[in-house]
Design a protein around this ligand. Structure first.
Ligand code: FES
Length: 389
């Protein structure tokens, strides 16, 4: 644990605009035992949970990274990824900010049960969606709903470092009452000349006379708020539909794709994930522009294998070269997953029969491999399989 919880604070604060604490990421994710130190309301349905390490040490991460948490809920372990809303420049606490979702098992448990003093486990930090990886002199942060958290970490970092980088932060919410961190963002904008904040509300709500932008974010609105958007490194996080619309807008405006980075979030759980549903957890499924390696088609038909899910008794088909998780999703079966890139370990299961090709990024420990564990998001079949799922 102390590998990651070392002393980055002062070193980080010496860094210029581009915050580089990449050692944490380079070391790979690490297991943490965390103690909840504080819970506070962000708005009517969103809370921030602050954690400190159970032992001595400080948090080291890049702004925008996330942790894969394991919570024990009703006697069962449940995993979720949450982006840190805290900046690495405040390394004593790691905070996550969670919106209560009707019927959401984990978000409701966090809101109703998790109190200061509770102990949880987490693995990380993980994720590449970070200003530390794409330093620039001008940023455009675009968030929708709960997608605000990684951008909040990035903005707090740049603010804490008195960075000269120009930040335009445009958040889309349903109503003014749904805007998270409203006062803190206003304070940062008022006291840091390089930070500007604008909110776009679909509905003006009833609690106040909304003076800001109203409706859904459009290209015209965005150009009005940020006339020089083409010159900015763009970071976007929000529901899938929101990000699709943003991508379309920026493409139409001629924004260079290489300077666009996004992170989607989906709530893992039983049943299909509704595409644009706001979720409490930022479970990154995409990072940066689409991966050409995954979209490039192979020539010739790939051999096809069967994958038996021993617990459910279901058998699906999976082409060689296709991750089992993807094949399951295509068959309408949602298996636990978060990062989708072999980092977090959420999709781990036991391989009972057969063999796979797998290239993960630290989501499995050597002892896991010795116990025939595989990560479904990056395991592709080499023959027919039987897995524990
Ligand atoms: S989903 Fe994160 S390792 Fe597979």
């Amino acid at each position: 644990m102390n590998d990651v919880l070392t002393d980055p604070g002062r070193e980080a604060l010496r860094q210029p605009a581009a915050f580089r604490t990449a050692e944490g990421a380079a070391d790979g994710p690490v297991d943490h035992v965390l103690v909840c130190k504080q819970v506070h309301d962000v708005n009517h349905d969103t809370k921030t949970f602050a954690f400190e390490p159970a032992g001595p040490g400080l948090f080291r991460h890049d702004p925008g990274q996330y942790l894969a948490f394991t919570f024990e809920i009703d006697g069962r372990e449940v995993s979720r990824c949450y982006t840190l809303s805290s900046p690495p420049s405040r390394p004593h606490l790691a905070t996550i900010t969670v919106k209560r979702v009707p019927g959401g098992r984990v978000s409701n448990w966090l809101h109703d049960v998790l109190v200061p003093g509770a102990v949880v486990r987490a693995r990380g930090p993980m994720g590449r969606f970070s200003t530390a990886r794409h330093p620039a002199s001008a940023y455009l942060f675009l968030s929708g709903g709960s997608g605000v958290t990684p951008l909040m970490s990035m903005t707090r970092t740049l603010y804490d470092l008195a960075s000269p980088a120009d930040v335009a932060f445009v958040h889309s919410a349903r109503t003014p009452a749904d805007i998270p961190f409203r006062q803190e963002l206003a304070l940062m904008a008022a006291t840091a000349p390089a930070i500007r904040v604008a909110h776009v509300c679909e509905d003006g709500g009833r609690a106040e006379r909304w003076q800001g932008h109203r409706g859904r974010l459009s290209l015209g609105m965005l150009q009005e708020i940020v006339p020089d958007l083409l010159d900015r490194e763009v970071f976007c996080c929000g529901p899938a539909g929101y990000m699709r619309a943003v991508r379309r807008m920026l493409h139409a405006a001629g924004h260079p794709e290489a300077r666009y980075h996004e992170e989607s979030f989906e709530a893992p759980g039983p049943g299909p994930v509704p595409a644009p549903a706001p979720a409490p957890a930022c479970a990154p499924a995409l990072a940066s522009a689409p991966d050409p390696a995954r979209s490039a088609g192979d020539s010739g038909p790939a051999p096809r294998f069967t994958v038996e899910l021993s617990r459910s008794g279901t058998t699906i088909e999976c082409d060689a070269g296709t991750p089992v998780l993807e094949a399951a999703a295509r068959a309408g079966i949602t298996l636990p997953s978060s990062c989708g890139e072999g980092l977090c370990g959420t999709c781990v299961t036991t391989l009972h029969q057969g063999s796979v090709s797998m290239r993960h990024q630290g989501g499995l420990r050597p002892r896991d491999s010795a116990q025939n564990k595989i990560l479904l998001c990056c395991a592709t079949p080499l023959e027919n399989l039987v897995i524990d799922a």
